[in-house]
Design a protein around this ligand. Structure first.
Ligand SMILES: Cc1cc2nc3c(=O)[nH]c(=O)nc-3n(C[C@H](O)[C@H](O)[C@H](O)COP(=O)(O)OP(=O)(O)OC[C@H]3O[C@@H](n4cnc5c(N)ncnc54)[C@H](O)[C@@H]3O)c2cc1C
Ligand SMILES: *[C@@H]1O[C@H](CO)[C@@H](O)[C@H](O)[C@H]1NC(C)=O
Ligand SMILES: *[C@@H]1O[C@H](CO)[C@@H](O)[C@H](O)[C@H]1NC(C)=O
Ligand SMILES: *[C@@H]1O[C@H](CO)[C@@H](O)[C@H](O)[C@H]1NC(C)=O
Ligand SMILES: *[C@@H]1O[C@H](CO)[C@@H](O)[C@H](O)[C@H]1NC(C)=O
Length: 542
């Protein structure tokens, strides 16, 4: 038997340990790994009794993601037709033991940013081929829900639920993402201040663990796995089904944007809105720095009723803050929506002449980024590298953050939108794997999502020559360094780290320990989601 090191250690550490103590084994492992990779593995996978199938060629799609910076080919892609296909495959890899080096990554819609859904020389599970299963809507009139396959796109769930006059409560800004993909992170948008993130709106999950066991879990049953998987970055199991809470679907949406020149006023109004009993249904915000063509370049399909007036606002050389709000209404029943909106707006201190309003259907509003996607695609500007940086900033430090970054480190927002909006921590369950910023003991209940969402242009065009991938990555580094130096207690959302020290710091000692414990319980060989680079299965020779 070949002795293996414990699977729970970083890539770096394992290589060091390995080269120090096991030089002889190394040669042995190389030959085992090579032969497994090039002959034994494909035939052993093909011997599994599946409803779906494996592909060993034309798997380039599985080496790509939205970030478009990391590209690792898998050895095989599983196209499952049933949950048992995933279970059989993982059980098979589990039984091969630690030395095969073989890993398994679920791939939702592949909208990760740094290869998180990839499995270098491993197996990628194409979750979207599971979506043939029917969605089942249950409406008891009190707390309706829908059971969906985890490879389902949120946009499809929305359309299905709308047939019954229902809809999920909490969203992301973009709906062409899978349920499994967003629940592995959090799923945050302008509804989260009220409903919490998407991981706070799930009642039950079906999960295949790293041992190939199929487990149904919820608050009541296998609660530790349930909480672990939510925000768990795919580390403890592959989600195969999810039960999602629904509400009566809104019909129409008043969609509002107002501008501020002062950050303090802007966030004071945001916090006022998310703390009020009667308020808007969605609250987000954008930072606009030194940008020409303000309205036209906004990422989504917002068409203000008075485009003339809107186009007059430019932010050349300035920093502006745009508060984005919506109010849902039913044109057949609600007669005083406008009055209610007027009342809510009267409590705010935006620049008076900057009220832009439009009216769209609920679907048009939720699917707004897709409209922008279609425009960008038509210009060949969708498949660019996306060096995105998502940060969670504690409320106490948001002013220092803004002062140091908006208009200073960040000198323009020509390369993509920058979002800033607050959420209330009380809507986040601290038993999940998700990490919120700020000490829980401090009792600080608000934190901010700040999202830098640029696209890199090939020749560094766009923002005056600053839009190259290298420049944007440098900018991200400077932003992170500033947070570090100023000790702002910022956490990354959709985190990306290269060392285990950074992961430990991200989680903090107590949560790191809990993470390691869950890993040993549900995926002891570290087979799952290797692209997160938290744990290393065995020695990567190649
Ligand atoms: C245009 C755009 C807009 C976005 N807007 C928002 C937003 O408003 N709010 C927000 O919160 N996020 C947003 N995101 C981020 C998005 O939520 C994540 O990137 C998410 O992971 C993408 O889902 P996916 O289905 O493409 O996942 P993938 O990229 O396929 O997978 C992501 C990770 O989850 C794992 N995984 C996938 N499926 C499963 C499963 N079934 N079980 C277990 N693990 C699984 C993968 O292995 C991988 O590690 C946005 C992304 C894009 C590209
Ligand atoms: C956050 O939510 C909790 C619980 O609903 C509430 O008590 C608290 O006042 C909220 N905080 C803010 C700042 O709105
Ligand atoms: C604004 O951008 C222009 C070029 O687009 C640049 O010359 C100028 O320095 C920028 N101003 C600030 C305040 O960053
Ligand atoms: C979660 O929060 C509660 C209070 O809201 C606290 O008592 C508990 O210790 C926290 N749990 C963890 C694991 O942080
Ligand atoms: C480009 O970046 C440099 C340094 O990062 C900065 O000084 C300059 O203002 C930027 N140019 C624009 C147009 O933003």
């Amino acid at each position: 038997m070949i002795i293996h090191k414990p699977s729970i250690s970083s890539a770096k550490q394992s290589n060091v340990v390995f080269s120090r103590s096991c030089t002889v084994l190394l040669l042995c492992c190389i030959s085992i790994k090579l032969s497994l990779s090039f002959s034994i593995v494909p035939s052993s996978l093909n011997s599994l009794n599946l409803h779906g199938y494996f592909t060993f060629e034309k798997n380039e799609f599985a080496a790509r993601d939205f970030g478009n910076q990391f590209h690792s080919l898998p050895l095989a892609v599983l196209h499952p037709k049933k949950v048992s296909d995933i279970a059989s495959t993982i059980r098979h890899v589990w039984q091969m033991g630690p030395t095969s080096g073989l890993t398994v990554a679920a791939r939702g819609h592949g909208h990760s940013l740094q290869g998180q859904a990839q499995a270098p020389q491993g197996i990628v599970v194409n979750m979207e081929s599971l979506t043939g299963q029917e969605m089942q809507i249950h409406n008891d009139g009190v707390s309706p829900y829908v059971d969906v396959s985890s490879g389902e796109l949120w946009i499809n769930i929305l359309h299905e639920c709308l047939k019954y006059g229902l809809a999920p409560k909490s969203w992301t800004d973009y709906l062409h993402l899978t349920v499994g993909g967003t629940l592995s992170n959090a799923g945050i948008s302008g509804q989260a201040f009220r409903h919490g993130p998407q991981i706070s709106n799930v009642r039950q999950l079906e999960v295949v663990t790293g041992k190939g066991e199929v487990v149904v879990c919820s608050e009541e049953k296998n609660a530790d796995l349930f909480h672990g998987v939510l925000g768990g970055l795919g580390q403890f199991g592959i989600i195969t089904r999810a039960r999602i809470s629904l509400e009566t679907a809104p019909k129409m949406v008043k969609w509002i944007r107002v501008l501020y020149s002062d950050f303090s006023t802007f966030v004071r109004d945001q916090e006022h809105l998310i703390s009020s009993e009667k308020t808007f249904d969605y609250v987000e915000g954008l930072v606009i720095v030194n940008k020409t063509g303000l309205i036209n370049n906004w990422r989504s399909s917002f068409n203000p009723q008075d485009p003339e007036q809107a186009s007059r606002f430019v932010s050349d050389g300035k920093t502006l803050f745009c508060l984005e709000l919506t109010k849902n209404f039913d044109p057949d029943e609600d007669t005083d929506t406008d009055k209610e909106i007027e009342r809510l707006l009267s409590e705010l201190s935006y620049i008076e002449s900057t009220l832009f309003v439009t009216e769209v259907t609920y679907v048009e509003f939720l699917d707004r980024v897709h409209a922008a996607e279609m425009k960008l695609r038509s210009k060949g500007l969708w498949d660019l590298p996306h060096p995105w940086l998502n940060l969670l900033v504690p409320r106490t430090n948001i002013h220092t953050f803004a002062e140091g970054i908006f208009g200073n480190i960040l000198t323009d927002t020509n390369n993509g939108p920058v979002l800033v909006y607050p959420v209330n921590k009380s809507k986040w369950d601290n038993r999940t794997s998700f990490v919120t910023p700020g000490g829980e003991e401090e009792g600080e209940d608000i934190f901010y999502l700040v999202a830098f969402l640029p696209a890199a242009v090939p020749s560094g065009g766009g923002g005056g020559g600053n839009g190259s991938l290298q420049n944007l990555l440098n900018l991200n580094k400077r932003i992170l360094n500033f947070c570090e130096t100023e000790k702002l207690g910022v956490k990354q959302y959709l985190p990306y780290y290269t060392t285990q020290e950074e992961w430990r710091a991200h989680y903090g000692p107590r949560r790191w320990e809990a993470l390691v414990q869950r890993k040993s319980a549900y995926d002891p060989l570290a087979i799952l989601a290797p692209g997160q680079r938290i744990f290393q299965k065995s020695i990567s020779v190649l």
